[in-house]
Design a protein around this ligand. Structure first.
Ligand code: BGC
Length: 534
């Protein structure tokens, strides 16, 4: 009994427990959707370098499941090369509002598109003998108070909007694991929600793999086993394993139920062991080329007056304005952030590709997105002296991340001002956007072209150059609405929404997780497996 219970939680931050006596191996999981973030514990400063592909909002704009599959294959082989058995992705939650902090990590507001891209991704990764963890099940469409808030959704809406991507992917691609979300659904934590885990995932859709908790999402562990949560991550130092044993001994949890849970866990664990491939070496150059190709297919041409793009080879002088041209924003912040193998910037690539054109660069704004009179004056002068201006703008890291939602759809004021000012002195303005989610564009009528490049991964700068020069056709199509005004969105009055149960202030945060003080149990090993406890 103790051994079976022990298999229901991790050994460390990322691995499961082995039982040597029985030949049961440990498996290793790592984030996360667009690259590998393999590290010891929670210190990611030295995570293994891995190819950073475009994030989910970009990938979905390709509308190309076969491309997602190709990217998945590359991620799978990088996982094999790094001895990772499960890659924690894809994220398929619906975008409920353009302000969702993790929209960059999710595919779409459209259930079918999200489902199709997820199927391609999962098939790609799993074709390499590596599992996926489709996340975050379910209705986890906002970051604010994500660990205590309840998403209150009626059944029809769940089945028509929030479930279909998960359902399609379970039925058609069988992810080895599904990750349950932090939030409650209609008042019950996803991690102990039998309707979600037992009824929908297992019984109705036929998930063969196991359910893993989002990191720290477990509430009452024994209830979770009953409800269909197989694995608690990260480790809880044996504390919750004891709860499972106690519940079985007390008769509140049937041992036969625990057996089912452990059987599912072992099925995938042994599958992972059997699928392990030795000696895989990643061709980093090839994967960088693939990342560039994927990124190119994700770019959306939002506007192109007078066919100003592609750039004409006759152009002698082009002004490149905006720090993102040199220091691109190419991925989002939070658990999905990987250490890329290299970073390609658009300025260098344009210089390489359009040899007959002179490109003069003005930084335009600082890393926080702020500008000042001197930066504006320099950019304006540069624009005056050039035949055409390409302004790089978007959202800095601090604007969108896991853990919080945005307050509005605005670009930094510095970016907006920069675009407006250069547009006063040059009619040939091309704006290239690097952002993970919908933004407002108050200057849209003042510029000739708008290229939505999203968070294009480490080779995104090259893909932008490919599109601007006409080497690649910008065939991407938006996978989410860009509302003209936030007020036009159905959730404008209620996002992020509060169900009234969130009780921050009466509890504490340990690592990822919020603990309600009233429910803290004596001796719980807070922060076990975490490198910090704050
Ligand atoms: C995120 C998951 C991630 C996990 C492990 C959580 O905070 O919500 O998406 O896979 O951490 O890093």
């Amino acid at each position: 009994l103790e051994e079976k219970a022990s298999l229901c939680s991790g050994e460390t931050a990322w691995s499961t427990k082995a039982i040597t006596r029985l030949g049961i191996p440990s498996i290793f999981m790592t984030d996360g959707p667009h690259g590998l973030r393999k590290a010891e514990g929670f210190d990611f400063t030295n995570s293994v370098p891995s190819t950073c592909f475009p994030t989910a909002s970009a990938l979905a704009s390709s509308w190309n499941p076969a491309l997602a599959q190709k990217m998945g294959e590359a991620l799978g082989s990088e996982s094999q090369a790094n001895d990772v058995q499960i890659l924690l992705g894809p994220g398929v939650n619906m975008k409920r509002s353009p302000l969702g902090g993790r929209n960059f990590e999710y595919f779409s507001e459209d259930p079918v598109l999200a489902g199709k891209i997820a199927i391609g991704f999962i098939n790609g990764v799993q074709s390499q003998g590596v599992g996926t963890s489709m996340k975050h099940f379910a209705a986890n469409s906002q970051e604010a108070e994500r660990m205590s808030n309840s998403s209150n959704v009626d059944e029809r809406t769940l089945n028509e909007i929030y479930f279909p991507a998960f359902e399609m992917a379970v039925k058609e691609a069988q992810p080895w694991t599904v990750m349950c979300s932090y939030n409650k659904l209609n008042g019950t934590y996803a991690s102990e929600n039998s309707y979600l885990l037992n009824q929908m995932l297992k019984e109705k859709w036929g998930l063969q793999g196991f359910v893993v908790s989002d990191w720290g999402a477990v509430n009452e562990r024994a209830l979770g086993v009953g409800a269909g949560l197989h694995l608690e991550m990260p480790a809880s130092g044996g504390f919750n394993d004891k709860k499972i044993v106690e519940a079985v001994k007390k008769g509140t949890l049937a041992e036969a139920r625990l057996d089912e849970i452990v059987t599912d866990l072992l099925t995938i664990t042994l599958k992972a062991k059997d699928s392990h491939k030795k000696g895989i070496v990643v061709d980093k150059v090839k994967h960088n080329e693939l990342a560039r190709q994927v990124s190119g297919e994700c770019i959306v041409l939002l506007k192109n007056d007078n066919a100003i793009l592609p750039l004409k080879s006759a152009l002698k002088k082009i002004a490149i304005v905006g720090d993102f041209a040199k220091n691109p924003r190419y991925q989002g912040a939070g658990s999905s952030q990987v250490r890329p193998t290299q970073i390609v910037n658009a300025l260098n690539e344009l210089q390489k590709m359009a040899k007959g054109t002179q490109f003069s660069f003005s930084t335009g704004y600082n890393t926080a997105g702020e500008t000042d009179d001197a930066k504006i004056a320099e950019a304006v002068q540069n624009a005056k002296n050039s035949e055409l201006v390409i302004v790089f703008a978007g959202l800095p890291d601090s604007y969108e991340s896991e853990g919080f939602d945005r307050n509005n759809m605005d670009l930094p004021a510095g970016h907006n001002k920069l675009i407006s000012e250069v547009a006063k002195v040059n009619k040939n303005i091309v704006v290239v956007l690097m952002n993970g989610a919908a933004v407002s564009m108050p200057w849209k009528n003042d510029v000739a072209a708008i290229v939505e490049a999203y968070l294009g991964g480490q080779a995104g700068g090259g893909a932008i150059a490919d599109v601007l020069t006409g080497k690649v056709n910008p065939s991407g199509k938006l996978s989410e609405t860009f509302p003209a005004h936030l007020e036009d969105t159905p959730t404008a009055m209620d996002f992020p929404s509060k169900d009234g149960n969130a009780n921050y202030g009466e509890g504490i945060f340990i690592g990822y997780r919020y603990y309600d003080k009233k429910k803290i149990e004596p001796n719980f090993p807070f922060g076990y497996g975490l490198s910090y406890t704050s």
